[in-house]
Design a protein around this ligand. Structure first.
Ligand code: NAD
Ligand code: DAU
Length: 354
């Protein structure tokens, strides 16, 4: 019988890539996408699968306990993959409350609904079910020039975003420790690829560059992130759901560390020729640094490689070219996203630049 996945936040960047990945890979899975369609959720992302008979969309807030319970009662759900979140660090600095509400309360609410629906008797659950909490490397805080984040690295989040994700991780862990509720947590590094909302570094730089706008670099631009092509993240999540040991945390990352300024210059170089040299380093503008800005993230993916044989497939050179090409080809998608309130946000954040 088909397994049914309840994917939350499936209209966002990684969630939509995951749904497309799963429906292309398996013909025997059902996917129910539960998304509240905030500014970051866009059903256009799912155009290629919306008619697939194994796919269904339900608009709902993960904080709405009654609605989530109703969804569980009406569907035989085997797996929950919780992507739904407020995901942008800068927004969490301006407005922390919604991050606690969605990321912490929303996760708790999903855990409660799944536990109630799956528990057959005290501590015994329907066979094979699992709750996967999609988390982030930001829960580990910030590294110095050397070293890596392991699953055993102490949690030390700094932004309201990462603190809310850490809280959600700890609640999920507590449900395993206390109730033997079947949970996995994945902690991935920075993703890039198609459908990423253009408030995040890579799509922001691509979309600004092609509109010949300034390219904002926070502070000295020497902060380091560890970039992974989104499809490799989706593949890892699929493996953890199907083969991950219950109760375990898995780090996901491809050892691809780059400073922000390197990323900006790579994108400029890739676009320069097609735009007659008009996209060049003169567009770079160093702006005020992010408050509490984490300096370096770097994931050690040894455990998922060893235990689940996961390997990233897409090297950065190939991934960034595919991503740039995708944004160049999908100007209708971009217009749709920009009309969705993004321009107001951009103007407030960077009113000195545009
Ligand atoms: P995103 O902001 O693109 O998408 C979030 C989605 O969640 C949107 O579709 C939005 O409508 C939905 N949503 C928000 N609040 C909701 C609510 N109350 N109820 C239902 N749906 C709601 O985020 P993303 O970049 O795709 O990240 C997805 C998940 O992966 C997040 O949990 C994030 O913390 C985690 N993560 C992201 C990255 C990254 O680099 N983007 C890396 C590691 C982990
Ligand atoms: O590490 C995983 C995390 O990656 C995820 O958990 C988050 O959901 C996701 O948003 C991302 O967080 P970051 O803060 O690392 O990503 P962002 O794209 O916002 O920024 C990447 C780096 O680029 C960071 O050091 C800040 C910097 N930056 C960002 C923007 C938007 C700039 O210099 N200029 C910018 O305009």
């Amino acid at each position: 019988m088909n397994k049914t996945y309840l994917v939350t936040g499936g209209a966002g960047f990684i969630g939509s890539n995951f749904i497309i990945y799963m429906l292309n890979k398996y013909s025997d899975v059902n996917i129910i996408n539960v998304d509240f369609l905030t500014y970051a959720g866009n059903l256009e992302n799912l155009k290629s699968v919306e008619k697939n008979e194994n796919y269904k969309f339900i608009k709902a807030d993960i904080c709405d306990a009654e609605k989530i319970e109703e969804i569980f009662n009406e569907n035989e759900i085997d797996y929950v993959v919780n992507f739904a979140a407020e995901s942008h660090v800068d927004r969490s600095i301006k407005n922390p409350s919604i991050f606690v509400k969605t990321n912490v309360e929303g996760t708790l609410n999903l855990l409660n609904a799944a536990k109630k629906n799956w528990e057959e008797k005290d501590g015994v659950y329907k066979k094979g079910v699992k709750f996967l909490q999609v988390s982030t490397d930001e829960v580990y805080g910030s590294l110095g020039e050397t070293g890596y984040f392991y699953e055993t690295t102490p949690l030390d989040p700094h932004s309201p975003y990462s603190a809310s994700k850490t809280s959600a991780d700890l609640i999920a862990k507590s449900y395993y420790d206390t109730f033997k509720f079947p949970v996995n947590i994945t902690r991935c590094s920075n993703n890039y690829g198609p459908f990423q909302f253009p408030e995040k570094l890579i799509p922001l730089i691509i979309t600004n560059a092609i509109s010949l706008k300034n390219l904002p670099v926070y502070g000295d631009g020497l902060q380091i992130r560890d970039w992974l092509y989104v499809k490799d993240h989706c593949k890892a999540i699929d493996l953890v759901i199907n083969k991950g040991k219950v109760g375990e945390v898995y780090n996901i990352g491809g050892h691809n560390e780059k400073t922000n300024i390197e990323i900006v210059k790579i994108i400029i170089n890739k676009l320069n020729k097609s735009f007659d040299g008009r996209i060049n380093e003169n567009l770079i503008k160093h702006v005020e640094d992010r408050k509490g800005h984490d300096r370096r993230y770097a994931i050690a993916p040894d455990k998922i490689k060893k235990e689940l044989s996961w390997e990233p497939i897409t090297m950065f050179e190939e991934g960034i070219e595919k991503t740039i090409e995708w944004y160049l080809k999908n100007d209708e998608w971009l217009k749709n996203v920009l009309s969705n309130g993004y321009l107001d946000y951009y103007n407030k954040m960077y009113k000195n630049l545009v």
